[in-house]
Ligand binder design. Sequence first.
Ligand SMILES: [Fe+2]
Length: 225
Amino acid sequence: MTDWARVEEINSKRLSLFQQLHVYGDIVPLKFRLNVDAIEEQLKPFADRWVQYNKSKAANARMGLSVTSLDGGMSGVPDLDSIYEWSQQTGKKVSEADFNQPTDAYRACREIHPLFESFMPNVGRCRFVRFGAGGHFPPHRDGSVSFQVPDYFRILVPLTNTGEDAFHFVHDGRLVSYEVGRPYLFNALKTHSVVSFQDAALTLALSVSLKQETVAQAIKLFKIY
Ligand SMILES: [Fe+2]
């Protein structure tokens, strides 16, 4: 039987940390600006290592490249697949925080190191996503399977071909305006979606474990404080 008192205690702790961050806003720019050309150059050796993102779903022009994974490998299983289905098949339970082993792509892509090092060793599942025209993530929320509040927070970095009219990031029903190359902490419990109108669009998505120290660190990294 579910121990609801324990569930409440865990949710309350997480909510307190989540609120500490998002009381500042649902979409908060950080004081980094990543060089898109440098990232493309550093990812060139991995041109044939991209894997279809969530291949069990209907055709969708989006490929993933793992920056972190369960074992440091780049197979994309299960980090770029349906983790739910993988759990059903293997009986293993994993959380975002378990995907914390840096891959070869991470080591090669030096441009992203300062951002990642700010949160190491508390970085969870992170990946580049390459979109073709029409590639998208439909409206969804990123929650937690077992609890009502997740144990991580999210950062999105719009990169290649994500400028105005090329790519849309919709959050809580509104089109977001952003700077290309700028990391944004965003409240992923509210509905969000992305869609690319051009080929070869690139984004970077990070999960960071929700802890008092990572919340403090994120606030230190706000572009405006
Ligand atoms: Fe999401």
